[in-house]
Design a protein around this ligand. Structure first.
Ligand code: ZN
Ligand code: ZN
Length: 274
């Protein structure tokens, strides 16, 4: 499998980092996990496109994780040469979000149907599956297990463990360490976790910003989760604050103090094979 960090940013706009999104290539199966800002642009950078996706997994319904889901849906729709379903999996209320996106796209869809009557006569076909912890399903060649995470007061939030030919990667999404996260990570070949630097966030004396401290894993906590679960490779993303040029080793050292395995972090389109 190959894991590509499409977007390593956070809700804070960043000229160089897209919002949270990760591409997992499992053989011929391509799975997008979350669809943050600039996701379609980064998909092209990874040599992919929405029409090549076998499925989209959403960890939770915070806007930074799905703000460009509309672009995934639209680009998939207008590039499909036949009526092709797009499968989206996410926690309860994902259907509500997708229905809202499709409603916002209604004028655009009507223009396209009117303009291309001979080649485009179908509406976007989005198949939403709302998932709950413990569910398992297949996407193409990959097996997916859904886990429970703690990102309170955001509920529900889920993690995903994707398995392919004996290899496994867990996408932890946002949240703080918890037993159910440890459980789904157990023995995984790789674990992708969104992280913050608490000591840097704490320097910003803005109450709304400081609120993020209580529902995100720090770099150190992500490393501790990886160690408890016996994970082989820790992949960090969704950096708050953004990693500045030359700071990569500082971030890596914070994790390495708690985890002896390989640590992957970097700019958008950082890729690693597992
Ligand atoms: Zn979140
Ligand atoms: Zn987030």
């Amino acid at each position: 499998m190959e894991v590509i960090l499409l977007g390593t940013g956070s809700p804070m706009p960043d000229a160089k980092r897209g919002g949270p999104a990760t591409l997992v290539k499992a053989g011929a199966t391509q799975i997008l996990v979350d669809a943050g800002r600039a996701v379609v642009m980064r998909l092209t950078g990874a040599g992919s496109l929405p029409i090549f996706l076998s499925g989209v997994l959403i960890t939770h319904l915070h806007s930074d994780h799905l703000t460009d889901l509309n672009d995934v849906i639209t680009t998939h729709y207008i590039m499909s040469q036949a009526e092709t379903p797009l499968h989206i999996y996410g926690p309860p209320r994902t259907q509500e979000v997708v229905t809202g996106i499709l409603a916002s796209l209604a004028p655009d869809i009507s223009y396209r149907l009117a303009h291309h009557p001979d080649t485009l006569w179908w509406q976007p076909k989005i198949i939403v599956t709302e998932v709950t912890p413990g569910m398992t399903f297949t996407i193409g060649e990959a097996q997916v297990l859904v886990g429970e995470t703690n990102h309170a007061p955001v509920e529900p939030t889920v993690s995903y463990r994707i398995e392919h030919e004996g290899k496994s990667v867990v996408l932890g999404g946002d949240g703080i360490p918890c037993e159910t996260l440890d459980a789904i990570c157990k023995g995984a070949d790789a674990y992708v976790q969104t992280v913050i630097r608490a000591e840097l966030v704490g320097l910003v004396k803005n109450k709304r910003f400081l609120d993020i401290l209580d529902y995100h894993s720090t770099v150190e906590q992500a490393a501790q989760t990886a160690t408890r679960a016996g994970v082989k490779k820790l992949i960090l993303t969704h950096y708050v604050p953004s990693i500045q040029p030359g700071q990569e080793e500082e971030w890596r050292a914070l994790a390495a103090a708690h985890f002896a395995g390989e640590i992957v972090l970097g700019d958008d389109l950082t890729a690693t094979t597992i």
